[in-house]
Design a binder for this molecule. Structure first.
Ligand SMILES: *Cc1c(COP(=O)(O)O)cnc(C)c1O
Length: 467
């Protein structure tokens, strides 16, 4: 039929007015919270529709649709930018998702110290000015067996500070096989350059011998550095110099040996089938003069850089002016102290610290939780998907245990009318956002990193994403 196409202008006239949309029950809550802001959201929604109508000659939507869009916009504006997400990736220490979850005692310590005054830098015995580091130094010495300790903002800062304090203007020897990039563009050689030390690379990518280090020693050598290859392994035709060999070389020439351990674990994870991460205690016992590691990787604490080692070296490092610029804040210290306390008893640490608990979750429990989620999903009769209970492999993440295979249980969801990438994107953009992996045209939900109680949120998120 040859009807007249209504002019866009005419269509625009039938678009409801702001006050009409604002009256919708869908906006009642928003209006009671902040009327001006709710009104502003309605205006923005109407403006978007005006543009679409002019461009596409669309019929204006009903009031309820406009109100729903405005309510959605209102809640988007109200939500914090940094917020909780559901980690269904199975990567326990996911740097993009905030790495380690804190233990309950660590959370309580933050709450207590954030809402009250504290003795952060006050010696309560003498009434004189104290040091913020005292709160964790004794614990670190007790747990690691090191003479002294210092904590800073993160491990990158720890490495940087140690090099700046001990080797600026001099040479630092490092193996070519250990010139690591950690991610987020943290490259060992670049940090070293910034600290003012001169990098002396020895050996080759796959093989470095003690003799390579020894040949490179000169009157300019300030430090021998060993870097733990956190997120990769060189396999096959290889040779690395052991910590003990490096330590004896350092002793022979009176040059301190420093190790950037990256993750730094206090418990021997090989007891749980996770091989390849030396413990901090082992490295201290091997005689390393200075050791740095992260607070929020395998340790399972807050973001921090921990330095342990010889008293004389730590004293020099602590006095360096950069230490003030890299210093640790009081809430981090509170959480770190609470986390370290758990390590006085390894069994308690394993039960209390979420990272260790997640890494060592028993298979039966993972399977049981996957079955529970599977039943919930089946019962909710999601449209257009194929759902399977599957065995999956989780990862430690955080640049630790790169080769460790952590067998786990999960759910594979294959959308029929949609591609998996699109479904994953919808889940990521939902509220709460759900982060998944994609494998063989399906999204994978690994139960290892899904916290108890989040199963219901996942079912709801999927129902919305598929609606
Ligand atoms: C992770 C890592 C770093 C950086 O630690 P942050 O705590 O993230 O600053 C440095 N070196 C190695 C070997 C690492 O694995």
């Amino acid at each position: 039929m040859q009807g007249e196409i209504p002019l866009a202008q005419e269509l625009l006239r039938s678009l409801p007015a702001v006050h009409e949309v604002l009256k919708s029950p869908l906006l009642a809550e928003a209006v009671s919270r902040d009327r001006m802001k709710a009104k502003d959201c309605v205006r923005q929604v109407l403006e978007r529709w005006r543009e679409r109508i002019l461009k596409e000659n669309l019929k204006p939507p009903q009031v309820e649709i406009l109100a729903a869009e405005a309510a959605e916009l209102f809640s988007c504006l109200e939500r914090p930018s940094l917020r909780r997400v559901i980690n269904a990736t199975g990567v326990v220490l996911h740097t993009n998702l905030g790495r380690a979850l804190l233990s309950l005692p660590a959370l309580e310590a933050i709450q207590e110290c954030a809402s009250h005054y504290t003795n952060l830098e006050l010696d309560l015995n003498t009434g004189e000015r104290g040091s913020r580091y005292t709160h964790v130094v004794d614990l670190l010495r007790e747990i690691t067996g090191a003479e002294a300790a210092l904590v800073v903002n993160n491990n990158a800062a720890a490495v940087f500070l140690c090099l700046a304090a001990l080797a600026a203007g001099k040479e630092t020897i490092v193996s070519r096989g250990e010139l690591v990039e950690i991610g987020g563009s943290f490259r060992v050689p670049e940090v070293m350059m910034q600290s003012g030390t001169r990098l002396v690379e020895v050996g080759t990518t796959n093989k470095t011998y003690l003799a390579d280090y020894e040949r490179a020693i000169s009157p300019e050598t300030a430090l021998i550095l060993k870097v733990h290859p956190s997120n990769y392994r060189i396999l096959g035709f290889t040779h690395q110099v052991s910590t003990r060999e490096l330590v004896s070389l350092g002793r022979k020439y009176n040059i301190p040996v420093m190790e950037d351990l990256g993750s730094g674990s206090f418990v021997d994870l090989s007891l749980y089938g996770l091989h390849g991460e030396p413990t901090v205690q082992e490295e201290v016992a091997a005689g390393v003069d200075l050791l740095t590691f992260s607070g929020d990787k395998l340790l399972g604490g807050p973001q921090a850089g921990i330095i342990v080692g010889r008293e004389a070296l730590i004293r020099v490092i602590a006095k360096h002016p950069l230490n003030r610029a890299l210093r640790i804040d009081k809430l981090t210290l509170a959480a770190l102290e609470a986390t370290l306390r758990a390590y006085r008893d390894p069994q308690r640490a394993r039960e209390e610290i979420p990272t260790l608990r997640l890494l060592t979750l028993p298979q039966e429990e993972l399977e049981r939780r996957a079955q529970k989620l599977y039943r919930l999903l089946k019962r909710s009769e999601l449209p257009g998907v194929e759902i399977k209970l599957v065995q999956v492999v989780s990862q430690a993440g955080g640049g630790s245990l790169p080769l460790a295979e952590l067998p786990s249980w999960g759910i594979a969801i294959r959308p029929l009318g949609l591609n998996a990438v699109e479904l994953a994107a919808r889940l990521r953009q939902g509220e709460p956002p759900v982060l998944t992996r994609i494998q063989d045209e399906a999204i994978l939900l690994d139960l290892r990193t899904v916290l108890p109680g989040e199963e219901v949120d996942i079912v709801r998120a999927l129902a919305r994403a598929l609606a």
